[in-house]
Design a protein around this ligand. Structure first.
Ligand code: ZN
Length: 125
């Protein structure tokens, strides 16, 4: 039986991309998913497509579907700096960075967070 061909993958000592300089809006979208708003529909090579835009980071998605609603494809256009130049990051990497940035603004309990939100909404009204 032939052995599978193995590829040598170079190991770098440090990741090529870290999230510490990554824009807040991009990090939020990677952690929570994009905040899509529908912009409009258009005919698209025998299909119908909808242009949607993320209210937070500006990423655009063209959702292409058949007229019966079945999925054809999604195409994305990201703002400069959104995509990682190296192999990308995991969901855990994103959560770690979110926690790191929130470390000095984390409440002791959900009740404390809600109490502060109530105070803030009273102040703004
Ligand atoms: Zn987004």
């Amino acid at each position: 039986m032939a052995r599978p061909k193995l590829k040598v993958v170079p190991v770098t000592e440090e990741p090529e991309h870290t999230l510490d300089q990554y824009e807040d809006a991009f990090l939020e979208c990677r952690g929570l998913a994009h905040a899509w708003s529908s912009i409009g529909f258009f005919q698209d090579g025998g299909y119908v497509s909808r242009l949607v835009r993320c209210a937070r980071c500006g990423t655009e998605k063209v959702q292409t579907m058949r007229t019966n609603g079945t999925f054809v494809r999604n195409r994305y256009e990201h703002p400069e700096g959104y995509l990682m130049t190296s192999g990308g990051v995991t969901k855990s990497d994103v959560r770690y960075e979110v926690l790191r940035r929130a470390s000095n603004q984390t409440y002791g309990s959900l009740a404390e967070l809600r109490k502060d939100l109530t105070k803030r909404s009273r102040r703004s009204s």
